[in-house]
Write a protein that binds this ligand. Structure first.
Ligand code: PXP
Length: 241
């Protein structure tokens, strides 16, 4: 199980003052020292946190790999193709949302999305689609020819204390995706409290976690915050699906 650490909110703090600290490159280095297998950033259309220069600097400096989240917007896809991160995760993006609110809809005949997938793949970038854990959507993702999908764990994150239903949905979706030949990633809303049941799903090979790690890095430091999350993820491996 790979742990990719999303460091968007390090840049959120910096942009609150439009200054040069805290530095996402330093955060990435400390996350890697704590055991991160990859660094994730979302280059949003409104550039509210991560900036183009951050992606460029992270691409040059990282010891691990860079996973760039992006909407299928022409200029951002063009930039991604130029910067060539290891992986690009396509996400739906609305300007007014606080964070990514749902998975990609994957409507038939979405030429913009299909075009973005083709351009990124042609640039040698591994493409993943962020989607809800819905079987029909998974089948459409498989038909688009991508190697990987990221299951949206937001519903699980909102409901896990009260009900196990969303976890069951994630388990079925992960098995279905793997059977369709897709590599399975997961993320959104995962925390130190709720990560283990998801990390125990055997088909999931990568987790993307941001807000909870950055929040706790304020108290523990980034390296220790990642180390603690990584330990929980590794412990969960033994727990079975
Ligand atoms: N995966 C995707 C596709 C996301 O958009 C986000 C949020 O940027 C995450 C994972 C991480 O979510 P969180 O910050 O809630 O851990």
């Amino acid at each position: 199980m790979r742990l990719y650490v999303n460091i968007d909110h390090v840049a959120t703090i910096r942009e609150a003052r439009r200054t040069d600290e805290p530095d996402p490159v330093r955060a990435a280095a400390e996350a890697e020292a704590g055991g991160a297998d990859g660094i994730t950033v979302h280059l949003r259309e409104d550039r509210r946190h991560i900036q183009d220069a951050d992606v460029r600097a992270l691409r040059r400096s990282g010891r691990t790999v860079l996973n760039l989240e992006l909407g299928a917007h022409d200029d951002i896809v063009r930039l991604a193709c130029r910067l060539r991160p290891f992986q690009a995760t396509l996400v739906p993006e609305r300007r007014r949302e606080i964070t990514t609110e749902g998975g990609l809809a994957l409507r038939r005949g979405n030429r913009r999305l299909a075009g973005a997938i083709a351009r990124l793949a042609d640039a040698g970038i591994r493409v993943s689609l962020f989607i809800d854990p819905d079987l029909a959507t998974l089948d459409r993702a498989a038909s688009l020819g991508v190697p990987a999908i990221e299951l949206h764990t937001g519903r699980y994150a909102h409901t896990w204390k009260k009900s196990g239903a969303a976890l069951t949905v994630l388990r079925h979706a992960a098995a279905h995706a793997r059977a369709a030949g897709l590599a399975v990633h997961a993320g959104h809303g995962l925390t130190y409290q709720n990560v283990q049941p998801v990390a125990a799903i055997p088909e999931i090979e990568e987790l993307n976690i941001g807000h909870s790690i950055v929040s706790n890095a304020v108290f523990w430091g980034m390296e220790e915050a990642v180390r603690r999350m990584k330990r929980l993820v590794e412990e969960a491996q033994g727990l079975g699906g």
